[in-house]
Design a protein around this ligand. Sequence first.
Ligand code: PLP
Length: 404
Amino acid sequence: MPGRNFLFVPGPTNVPDRVLRAMHVAMEDHRSSSFPALTKPLFTDLKKVFRTETGQCFIFPGSGTGGWEASLTNTLSPGDKVLSARFGQFSHLWIEMALRLGLDVQNLETEWGEAAPVERIAEALTADAQHQIKAVMIVHNETATGVTSDIGAIRKAMDAARHPAMLYVDGVSSIGAIDFRMDEWKVDCAVTGAQKALMLPPGAAIICVSPKALAAGEHAKLKRAYFEFKDQINQNASGYFPYTPSVPMLYGLRESLAILFEEGLDNVHARHHRLAGGVRAAVKAWGLELCAKSPHWYSDTVSAVMVPAHVKSDDVMSAAYKRYNLSLGAGLSKMAGKLFRIGHLGDLNELMLLGALAGTEMAMRDAGIAVKPGSGVGAAEEFWHDAASAASAPVAAAGVRVKA
Ligand code: PLP
């Protein structure tokens, strides 16, 4: 099909041309004396994305799933109890992995579309007087349902319960796109992947680990080999890796971090918030609902749009892809057929999203959803126009922006 594919799945995301060019390199000796000049700054710069001074960052070959495994196996022992909540496909998969690894999972079953249940987490921790729970595992942004959980509130609940459990956060579709604070929230293991907010091709699991979790690793008995933190620490200190790293990935990461810092992380977060607001305005104008059950939980990186009962969301996605070269995210597992997802993270702007929204409108009509042509596009335009006017309005004496 002529023209570019409109890639609006919530990862892999669009890779900026700058990153593609940076990755287009001849191979080089990863044990050369000049290699650390490339790699050492990456570890320092990644810490800025996780917002940590004390955490240690790791770059493993793999993907987010490998990051989950590395976090669990390096810090826990067989039979250790972990507390988690299942509220979407990714929290489900992480819990399944923990079970497969031989951990004892206390799962707080939660309706899909809701966020991690802070009060029930607090109750579970308070009830655990013997401190059997070694870790709390939470998916920050549940990509399957477009729901963002309040990790700061979970940290407060843990502190209020005076519980020493570690806090593990899946930030695969949040870190680098929406607010994430490793140190302030006292996160012990944070996991992301290359192909989401970092705007890289898939192929790296990027993890940040607190000193507390590293210390727990001294006694952790779960089996691990390829994902051993210690092997990485020993080699990374001098800028090397325990095995052959993906050289293009490292060059790409250097460029993607540069792009993020040029825009400024706070601005990146603000852009995602603004773009998500436009998508939500479009969904409202279409007369449809998001899977996320409360505005408080709306994700700024992915919107999961429920389709009317008489329609299969796969038909929307199929029309979008086959007729308009637009890739939308599928409904996963128990949401299959019920929703489609619009990813809005990474390297994108208003006009790119307007194209995706226009394609989604056409595909929805093709699949039998009676949306008014241009209604969502118009609502998003209106939203962004208002946001731009508000941002450029003069600031009143009290520091409050006045309407232009
Ligand atoms: N966690 C979340 C929140 C995700 O969105 C994904 C993938 O989309 C994963 C984990 C799994 O990551 P990967 O597919 O990179 O292994």
